[in-house]
Design a binder for this molecule. Structure first.
Ligand code: SF4
Length: 213
């Protein structure tokens, strides 16, 4: 996956979200491109080649989003970068931070399966990290996402140590056909051992067509 330092591959911009990902009114900015291929991906347009993408500069993005500046400031909200994987574009997010200063709360929904220099940069400019862990068991993770999770676990440990546990939420889902409640419990225990204190545990809703492979 390529990193474009100047432009963000925006495929969706959703305004006026309320308390769905942190405090206040937020705008979701979704980045095209993801290093994972989760079996039950709810956002496959984030990696399909045919998805229409608008590649915006930080200034173009700021000009698009600032229409809600007053809402953000009044509610303590701001922009949530999601995707796909937004932290591949950490230089872009840092540039947006330079434009909005402290007025906007910047949040990232990330799988954290990214090179550590990008995470280092994100720590400088993102207020809250919502980390989609999937499962800490490497076999379950590989079966579900097609990727290795060693980097994810190293990154979340480094993240919590550097920014503190209050700025990090770990999402640990029960994934029908892939893990069990005992696996979720084991993941939460392992993550607690790495310093994580905030968790979001829930069950993926699946349909009969979404059979495990
Ligand atoms: S990390 Fe998210 S966007 Fe990427 S494949 Fe998994 S569910 Fe889809």
């Amino acid at each position: 996956m390529q990193t474009d330092e100047a432009r963000f591959p925006l495929f969706a911009l959703v305004r006026h979200r309320l308390t769905t990902d942190g405090q206040g009114v937020t705008t979701l900015a979704a980045a095209w491109g993801c290093p994972l291929r989760c079996r039950f991906c709810l956002n496959p347009q984030s990696w399909r080649e045919e998805t229409p993408v608008r590649r915006v500069t930080p200034q173009e993005f700021y000009d698009l989003v600032k229409i809600d500046d007053l809402y953000f400031q009044a509610t303590g909200g701001g922009v949530t970068f999601g995707g796909g994987e937004p932290l591949t574009h950490a230089p872009f997010i840092r540039a947006v931070r330079a434009l909005c200063g402290d007025r906007w709360r910047l949040c990232a929904e990330t799988c954290l399966n990214i090179p550590s220099p990008l995470l280092d940069m994100a720590m400088e400019c993102v207020d809250e990290f919502i980390v989609d862990i999937k499962d800490t068991n490497p076999e379950i993770y590989r079966r579900y996402t097609g990727a290795d999770n060693a980097r994810t676990l190293a990154n979340i440990e480094a993240l919590v140590q550097r920014v503190g546990p209050l700025r990090v939420v770990a999402r640990v889902p029960l994934i029908p056909g892939y893990n069990t409640p005992a696996d979720v419990e084991a993941s939460v225990g392992k993550l607690r051992g790495l310093g994580v204190e905030r968790f979001d545990t829930f069950t993926y809703r699946t349909t009969s067509e979404m059979a495990p492979t």
